[in-house]
Design a binder for this molecule. Structure first.
Ligand SMILES: Cc1cc2nc3c(=O)[nH]c(=O)nc-3n(C[C@H](O)[C@H](O)[C@H](O)COP(=O)(O)O)c2cc1C
Length: 337
């Protein structure tokens, strides 16, 4: 057996626990931060299906600092069964980050993650997200501010660079660990200008793993359990972070943690969809929930191969009770725990 094979066989399985800054994480399969999606019930869903940790959608440190009511009530909502949970903040002002992180800690976060990867121009224009790769000193000050304000371990999720050939994210990750005491790096080895396209550079993630002494969590291209297992091996990372691969497919966490080998039945899918619908109503009330769920419905429509008329009506209808009827008619749901 070659040395490489020896190293690979010695690697921990995805089911093995690890720690981030002293916080125990039950396994190495995480839910990625997802803006506009990763609220408490999406995180809880991932947890129910086996994720070791779920990271919140990105939350503005300014909205927290100024105690924006909706941000506190909705984005900072944490379910008691979610822990450990990581709240992801974004921003560009260390003092504001310090106070935002303190508020996230008060709300019950176990970890604070800082977004240094968002490629969206609206965010980058403010100096936040991936733009921080251009200002490493500010990035370090933000990480220190978050740690001081919250008293919690701080992690950072970032891209490998801004444009093709740029490795500024790789370099920044090293400084964040060595100079600001960051407890783990979520590494998305695609440059910001690539958005979510193309194959991530898992070899670069491997280089980072060899360079830093804290966990590296690889993100990007993890569209299925098989893709996630491959990326885990190729990158040598300590954990994987499932993003788009979890849309309408929380069972991916069961597959990766060895709880399931068979795909879900129609009944399970319908039951899960209704569970999500119920939680959305609990979170937002019936009227806002049905609008909010327009983002979620297509994922389940596709998995269940629901007729086009049903898909269209779910997008058009403002009536949550009608949405429930349409969903339930697609199969007899089983009981969801
Ligand atoms: C709709 C959507 C929202 C996202 N929101 C965030 C976010 O709030 N914070 C963040 O760090 N990354 C965010 N990402 C990036 C993902 O966490 C992940 O790194 C990216 O989708 C690559 O993984 P994938 O190719 O397996 O989907 C988002 C991605 C998508 C598709």
């Amino acid at each position: 057996m070659s040395a490489t094979n020896d190293k690979e066989t010695a690697r921990p399985a995805l089911t093995e626990p690890f720690e981030i800054g002293g916080v125990p994480i039950a396994n190495r399969v995480l839910l990625a931060p997802l803006a506009g999606i990763g609220n408490w019930f999406v995180r809880l869903q991932a947890k129910r299906h086996g994720a070791g940790l779920a990271v919140s959608e990105m939350v503005s440190s300014f909205a927290l600092h100024y105690r924006n009511e909706r941000t506190l009530r909705e984005l900072m909502r944490i379910h008691p069964d979610e822990h450990p949970v990581s709240m992801q903040l974004f921003g560009h002002d260390p003092e504001v980050m310090r106070s935002g992180a303190a508020i996230a800690a008060e709300a019950g976060a176990d970890l604070i993650d800082i977004n240094m990867g968002c490629p969206v121009p609206k965010v980058r224009k403010t100096g936040a997200g991936a733009q921080l790769l251009r200002d490493p000193d500010l990035a370090l000050a933000l990480a220190r501010g978050a740690a001081e304000g919250s008293g919690l371990p701080v992690t950072v999720k970032l891209r490998s660079g801004i444009e093709a050939g740029d490795r500024s994210g790789f370099e920044l990750a090293i400084r964040l660990v060595e100079e600001a005491g960051v407890a783990a790096i979520g590494f998305h080895p695609r440059v910001a200008t690539k958005g979510h396209r193309g194959k991530p550079d898992y070899a670069l993630a491997r280089e980072l793993v060899e360079r830093i002494g804290v966990p590296v969590i690889v993100s990007g291209g993890l569209s299925s359990a098989e893709a996630a297992r491959r990326a885990y091996e190729e990158s040598g990372a300590d954990a994987v972070m499932i993003a788009r691969g979890s849309f309408g497919n929380p069972w991916v966490f069961e597959e990766l943690t060895g709880r399931r080998t068979e795909p879900p039945s129609r009944e399970e899918m319908v039951a899960e969809w209704l569970w999500v619908t119920d939680r959305a109503e609990e979170h937002l009330g019936a009227e806002r929930a049905q609008r909010y769920l327009r983002k979620f419905h297509p994922w389940y429509v596709e998995r269940l191969e629901a007729p086009k008329e049903v898909a269209d009506e779910l997008q058009r209808s403002a009536d949550l009770a009608r949405a429930r009827e349409l969903i339930a008619a697609l199969g007899s749901p089983v009981q969801v725990a």
